[in-house]
Design a protein around this ligand. Structure first.
Ligand code: APR
Length: 246
């Protein structure tokens, strides 16, 4: 079993984390150009910091759901496995199944990690401590090395993906077709998501989509489950694993 899983915001929806473009999604009420671009940060770093701090608070009080747990189970039973997530939350990393968690080399957070900050000028990166207070949000953190503003360690609109992360995906894709590719909870708007899913599937693999709604990837899926991931993924992965072990 060589498996590739690609996820988006929909997988964290059942944990209470809003999606971006779904009902009540962030981009339904907020302007991404004012919050998730380098220009927005240059214009109003305080507003951007405040928004990311609120998101971190919400994520800290959220729990992984059965979709996250099912993916950990698949990773534990697959011979080769990679999870590529667009989610900047840590729910995939916190999820447990049969007492196991994903190891760091089984997951690529392609849009970055909301609990990491990095300098807007030099290469400095920092893990964010848990105890963020309202007062710490009022002061914009500066880089201890060069004094420039620290910014959220996520990929904003108009920015390149981190080549270090994309090469991890490329290495996995170029070392063989997957017999299973699952794409869950994403509108698959970005070309690289569709490209990776199709290249992962190759000539012989099976591409399965889990999403209550049709997406630009649906036409390529052998099977589409129009259900919430927290319901469909545990059932689907148990079925797949029972077939493999039979
Ligand atoms: N289970 C599965 N899918 C769901 C669920 C659920 N419970 N709830 C919603 N969805 C689906 C929606 O139908 C939608 O197709 O999840 C998808 C969420 O899509 P988006 O909000 O566009 O999120 P995503 O695809 O992750 O966005 C990609 O865009 O805004 C940027 O950087 C941000 O990483 C994000 C990227």
């Amino acid at each position: 079993m060589r498996a590739l899983v690609i996820t988006g915001a929909g997988v964290s929806a059942e944990s209470g984390i809003p999606t971006f473009r779904g009902k009540d999604g962030y981009w339904r009420n907020l302007d991404p150009a004012k919050l998730a671009t380098p220009e927005a940060f240059a214009n109003n770093p305080k507003l951007v910091w405040e928004w990311y701090r609120e998101r971190r608070e919400r994520i800290r009080s959220a729990q992984p759901n059965p979709a996250h747990q099912a993916i950990v189970k698949l990773a534990a039973h697959a011979n080769e496995f990679l999870l590529v997530t667009q989610n900047v939350d840590d729910l995939h990393l916190r999820a447990e199944s049969e007492g196991r968690r994903l190891s760091r080399n089984q997951i690529v957070q392609i849009h970055g990690d909301i609990f990491v900050t990095r300098c807007s000028h030099c290469e400095r990166r920092e893990e964010l401590c848990d105890a963020e207070t309202a007062s710490s949000a009022r002061t914009l953190p500066e880089c201890p090395e060069c004094g420039a503003l620290m910014r959220p360690g996520v990929v904003w609109f108009g920015e390149q993906l981190d080549p270090g992360e994309t090469s991890l995906v490329e290495d996995f894709l170029t070392s063989g077709d997957c017999n299973l590719v699952i794409v869950a909870g994403t509108t698959a708007l970005f070309g690289y998501i569709i490209d990776w899913a199709l290249r992962g599937r190759g000539q012989t693999g099976q591409l399965i989509e889990v999403n209550p709604e049709e997406t630009s990837l649906s036409q390529f899926a052998a099977k589409s489950f129009r259900e919430p991931a927290g319901i469909a993924l545990p059932r689907l992965i148990d079925e797949l694993l029972s077939k493999v072990s039979a």
